[in-house]
Design a protein around this ligand. Structure first.
Ligand code: PA5
Length: 446
């Protein structure tokens, strides 16, 4: 399984020397990551997860996932931000696109539904309507244990579960992933006797996919988490060295160096593009990872994502022809698991007989190449990450690739990639408006 990074279509905008100039700094930050020094050093636990993950907990996740699969129709996964996007990305990537319409014996794994990532009355009320007659378990994920959106959803859904199954049985249906000793969620879990999993102290929310945060919902949905960790381990091994055998930078640091060089040339936005609809939530996970890690101190590349070819009919015009202040990173998947061959029709009424015998993935791959070439010719710097296949192992690799690239990118930008001080501002205003004790009255005209 070999990932490749093609940066040749950025050389109209940056040159190799600019990348070489960053190498001494990359070496310093590489050592910081390895030796857990420097800014944000207490949040570098993610970097060793592929080789140091708690084996007992990993086994417990697999056992519980099997129990959930046998016991439930639906697992409601409560969490927000880093406490849900990784699992959501993986489940969208690997679940059948029309899981709900499949016959029972074709379904592998439980249906995972997400809650606690918004405060919509319609969403939560519709969710409770939909699961009323289903067998349900709840998985609550919050590192701090105090985040408002999941806390409110849990309060409501806990009541729902307890009314449905009674207090005793509910204890077998509620699982908690949180800090090992702090927070209200941990206290509640201890009091009620819920099964708990740990988010290590030194792993921040958006870097936590490869802990129980991501692994438990993934495993319950039928994803092979052993392969996910193996893929992450492949990436860990590859990026533990700064240089490849041919003495070029490893592709993870090369990506970080290219995006940093483009940013310095006024390319302030990065568009992550894919040609598979199942990647939509991968884009959401990636946006949070980079947006929350880099957007601070008045700096940072603004991350957006596009799903092609769908968005070529909505965003394509802007990308081709609009303001030239962005660059594009394509995830290009080499092969498709499913093959659909295009046939011939009599009279060639739709004019598509020239595609006879070709498969749909082949057509999609030409759509990718055509788009890449068009955007590049339209003066968009284009990076291509070639992904060999969509497999659990490749997913694990991709997660670790972007996590490490994000940490390096943040360091190159001169920010702490592991904090998120700005997220507190809306919460403080909201609590003030809600009259939470201890919050001063909010004056809009101040
Ligand atoms: O990356 C982060 O730290 C955040 O996005 C958090 O994951 C998010 O705010 C949820 O926090 P918590 O897990 O404490 O509920």
């Amino acid at each position: 399984m070999k990932f490749e990074l093609d940066i040749s279509k950025t050389f109209n905008f940056i040159n190799e020397k600019e990348l070489t100039n960053l190498e001494p700094v990359i070496k310093v930050y590489h050592d910081f990551i390895n030796s857990k020094q420097g800014v944000g050093n207490d949040f570098l636990g993610w970097s060793n997860l592929p080789v140091e993950y708690n084996e007992d907990e990993f086994e417990r996740i697999k056992i519980l996932a099997d129990k959930i699969k046998n016991k439930c129709d639906v697992l409601v996964n409560i969490g927000i931000g880093g406490s849900y996007l990784g699992a959501k990305a993986a489940i969208e990537l690997f679940s059948h696109s029309f899981f709900d319409l499949l016959k029972g014996d074709k379904k592998n794994g439980v249906k995972v539904i997400f809650a606690g990532n918004n405060m919509s009355s319609k969403y939560l009320s519709d969710l409770m309507d939909a699961i009323e007659d289903k067998d349900v378990c709840l998985n609550v994920i919050s590192k701090s244990g105090t985040t408002t959106e999941p806390a409110i959803a849990f309060r409501i859904l806990k009541d729902f579960i307890e009314r449905k199954y009674g207090l005793q049985e509910s204890k077998n249906r509620i699982f908690i992933t949180t800090d090992k000793e702090k927070g209200t969620l941990k206290s509640l879990a201890d009091k009620e006797g819920y099964e708990t999993f740990v988010i290590p102290d030194d792993v921040g929310g958006r870097y936590s996919v490869l802990t129980a945060v991501g692994l438990l919902p993934m495993a319950a949905s039928g994803i092979d988490i052993t392969s996910v960790m193996e893929g992450a381990r492949d990436a860990y091994d590859e990026f533990s060295k700064i240089y490849c055998e041919d003495s070029s930078l490893n592709i993870c640091y090369k990506y970080a160096a290219v995006r940093n060089s483009l940013y310095r040339k006024g390319k302030l936005i990065e568009v992550l593009s894919n040609f598979e609809p199942s990647f939509q939530y991968f884009g959401e996970w990636w946006k949070q990872l980079f947006g929350e890690s880099e957007g601070k101190d008045g700096k940072g590349i603004f991350p957006v994502s596009c799903n092609f070819s769908t968005d070529l009919h909505s965003m394509g015009q802007y990308i081709q022809d609009g303001l030239r202040n962005f660059f594009e990173t394509f995830i290009n998947v080499a092969k498709s698991e499913k093959i659909i061959e295009i046939g011939e029709i009599e009279g060639n009424i739709d004019g598509l007989n020239f595609l006879k015998g070709k498969n749909l993935h082949y057509v999609n791959s030409k759509a990718f190449l055509g788009t890449l070439y068009a955007h590049y010719k339209g003066n968009v710097p284009c990076i291509v990450l070639n992904m060999p296949e969509v497999s659990e192992r490749a997913f694990g690799y991709l997660i670790y690739f972007f996590e490490k690239a994000c940490a390096m990118s943040g360091f190159l930008l001169g920010v702490n990639p592991f904090d998120q001080p700005g997220v507190e501002n809306y919460k403080n205003n909201m609590f003030s408006l809600l009259g939470k004790p201890g919050y001063a009255k909010l004056e809009f005209n101040e």
